[in-house]
Ligand binder design. Structure first.
Ligand code: ATP
Length: 289
C-alpha cells in the first residue's frame, strides 16, 4: 500500500447515512477511503445516485450533516477548494458573469489592484467577455456554467472540484473547460473531475469508481476499462459499476475474446493506431482523450 504524506488529503472510513421522516436510513456514502496527493488529477465516475456529488462536496471541504469518519485536509487546507456544480444556478451569487468572478476573487483574498485585470482574464479564457455584464436570464445554461467555471478558475488554487460540469456544454465549451482544467493542473492544482462521460478520461489518469456509495475501483484507466489480466470476474470494473464501455474499448474486449487481440489492450490513440494500422487512424482519434 502507498504511504501517505503529511500534506495528502485523506478520507478514512467516511460514511453518511440519511434518515427520512419514518426513521429509515439510506446510504449516501459508506466506508470511503481515499488519498489525494497534491497536484494529482482524479476522475470520479459512477452511475446516477452512486455518491459522486456527495464525495465531491466532501473533498471540496463541504461537510454534510451526519458524516462520520476522519478527514485530513492536507494540501487543500481547512478552507477547502472551489467546486463547480452540475447545475450552475445553484451556486451563482452575482447577477452577471463579471460580478460572479469579482466576488470569487474578493472571497479568495486577491489584492484589490489585481482584481479587475484577473477578472478580465478569467472571463476571456471562458469566452465570456462579450457577455460579461449580461444578467443570467439573458444567458444560456452553458454560458452560466462557463461563468461558474470562470469564477472558480480565476486565481490559483491547490484544489479544484468539477462535478459533471460538461453535462450542459456543447463540444466547443466542453473542450474549453477541459483545457482550462488541464492548464491549472499543469501549474500544480489537484483536479477532481466528476463525470459519467468516459471519453473524458485521459488514458494515463486515475479513476475512482463509485457504486451505491462505495468505492468499487481505484486505479488507472486501462484497468478500469479492461480489468486485470488474471481477474476471475468476466466483467471489467467499468461494467461492474454499471457504466457502458466506450465503443472502442468494447470492441477491444470482443477482439480479445475472439483471440484477435491480446493484452495489454489499447487505450491511447497511439496504441489504437498500432493495433488498427494506418486505416484506423480516424477511429483511433475517437478514443479517450
Ligand atoms: N441532501 C441529501 N439528503 C439525503 N440524501 C441525499 C442528499 N443528496 C443526495 N442524496 C442521496 O445520496 C445518494 C448519492 O447521491 P449523489 O448525488 O451523491 O450521487 P451522484 O452519483 O452524484 O448522482 P448524480 O449523477 O445523479 O448526480 C443518492 O441515493 C441520493 O438520493
Amino acid at each position: 500500500m502507498k504511504r501517505q504524506a503529511a500534506d495528502d488529503l485523506v478520507l478514512s472510513d467516511v460514511s453518511i447515512y440519511s434518515h427520512n421522516e419514518l426513521g429509515e436510513s439510506s446510504i449516501r456514502l459508506e466506508e470511503v477511503n481515499i488519498t489525494i496527493v497534491a497536484g494529482e488529477w482524479i476522475n470520479v465516475v459512477g452511475v446516477n445516485g452512486s455518491g459522486k456529488s456527495t464525495l465531491a462536496r466532501i473533498v471540496a471541504g463541504l461537510h454534510p450533516e451526519g458524516i462520520t469518519g476522519e478527514i485530513r485536509r492536507g494540501f487543500a487546507g481547512d478552507r477547502g477548494g472551489p467546486i463547480v456544480l452540475q447545475q450552475p444556478r445553484a451556486q451563482l451569487f452575482g447577477e452577471t458573469p463579471r460580478e460572479e468572478v469579482l466576488f470569487a476573487l474578493e472571497w479568495r483574498g486577491i489584492a484589490s489592484e489585481l482584481i479587475m485585470q484577473q477578472a478580465e482574464e478569467a472571463l476571456r479564457r471562458a469566452g465570456l467577455i462579450e457577455f460579461a455584464d449580461e444578467p443570467w436570464e439573458r444567458l444560456s445554461g452553458g454560458q452560466q456554467q462557463m461563468a461558474a467555471i470562470a469564477a472558480s478558475t480565476a486565481c490559483e488554487t491547490q484544489l479544484l472540484v468539477l462535478d459533471e460540469v460538461t453535462s450542459m456544454l456543447d463540444e466547443f465549451n466542453r473542450n474549453a473547460v477541459l483545457r482550462m482544467a488541464q492548464d491549472l493542473h499543469s501549474k500544480g492544482t489537484a483536479i477532481v473531475w466528476v463525470t459519467q462521460r468516459l471519453d473524458e478520461l485521459a488514458p494515463d489518469s486515475r479513476v475512482v469508481a463509485l457504486g451505491e456509495g462505495r468505492i468499487i475501483f481505484d486505479g488507472d484507466v486501462q484497468e478500469f476499462l479492461y480489468g486485470e489480466e488474471d481477474e476471475l470476474s468476466p466483467l471489467s470494473p467499468c461494467l461492474r459499476v454499471g457504466l457502458r464501455l466506450p465503443y472502442l474499448a468494447a470492441m477491444a474486449l470482443e477482439l480479445r475474446r475472439l483471440g484477435k487481440l491480446s493484452n495489454p489492450l489499447p487505450v491511447t490513440a497511439e496504441q489504437w493506431r498500432k493495433v488498427l494500422g494506418n486505416g484506423g487512424s480516424r477511429e483511433a482519434d475517437n478514443t479517450t482523450r
